[in-house]
Design a protein around this ligand. Sequence first.
Ligand SMILES: Cc1cc2nc3c(=O)[nH]c(=O)nc-3n(C[C@H](O)[C@H](O)[C@H](O)COP(=O)(O)O)c2cc1C
Length: 335
Amino acid sequence: MIFKSFKTNELASYRLSIAPMMDCTDRHFRVLMRQITKKSLLYTEMIVAQALHYSKNRNKLLDFDEIEHPISIQLGGDNPNLLAEAAQMAEDWGYDEINLNIGCPSPKVKSGNFGACLMGKPKIVASCIEEMKKSCNLPITVKHRIGIDNLDSDEYLMKFVDSCSSAGADRFIIHARKAWLDGLNPKENRTIPPLQYERVQKLKQKRPNFIIELNGGINTINDCIKALETFDGAMVGRSAYSHPFIWTNIDSIIYGQKEKYLSRSKIIKKIIPYAQKYLDNDGHLWHISKHIINLIENIPNAKKLRQELSEKCQKNKADVYILKKIAQQLEDAGH
Ligand SMILES: Cc1cc2nc3c(=O)[nH]c(=O)nc-3n(C[C@H](O)[C@H](O)[C@H](O)COP(=O)(O)O)c2cc1C
């Protein structure tokens, strides 16, 4: 398929971003994505402000590799002071922006009074944004749903974003489905409520000056191109995690960079020095390889190669030789 490049020079990194996903978008996955795209915005998993406050090992929560820039840290919480403190830490640590999670519907998050349930408490959200803005100079963005439970009218959504914007929010990432806080688990809340892009579109029409990114069900580069006809950015979650290789043309197609050919073997080879460094610091190869495995699909022998990678990398003391071998096998087969 032939894609048309956008003819622009400096494009904002948020034109295409890789969504925050717990247990998926850890630093190893982000380093993998950085081999695929230098331009798009990457997000951390959600980090709870309270956990940062009490943590005795903040490095573990906050550290990232220089190559991960541009990177947004996603924070969760409902306490303006703790969020302000976390925002300041994030700025000191070198993050490029801060995102507030108002979209997660999990019961655990709800019991902590943050995530999606805060869509019902716009005053609290506004004071969190205000305090974060005061404490740092980074952009503060908000990721939310089109509604929760019965608070899901167009008017309510608009009131919510207006309130965030007045408090200083710089950008909105809208997962275009509502969340039911009772009755659906987080996975169901990502599939059962229907996607309603038209509602986010209506909001963008009413608030053309707000920077709005669309999220939910964007599964291909073509879907992103379509979203960018209406919105300022497209955020991709599950498809980027499960099928990273289909995103290798992002930088040329979405950001107008010179086209570069990337193969699976090249991507794996580029990760090897990072993996070696991680192993030298007592890391386990599987933490990195569990993400790499998703690169190996849609080619002959994929199942066998995935199995080999999985079995060998899970062993204690697995070393980068396994990655080198798999990369060579892929290269020999023209991948
Ligand atoms: C495993 C998993 C974990 C997620 N964790 C988070 C999270 O920590 N913070 C958040 O805002 N959204 C989280 N999400 C939601 C995604 O960021 C995204 O909004 C959702 O998957 C819809 O986008 P998609 O259809 O492109 O996957 C998670 C999604 C998945 C699948």
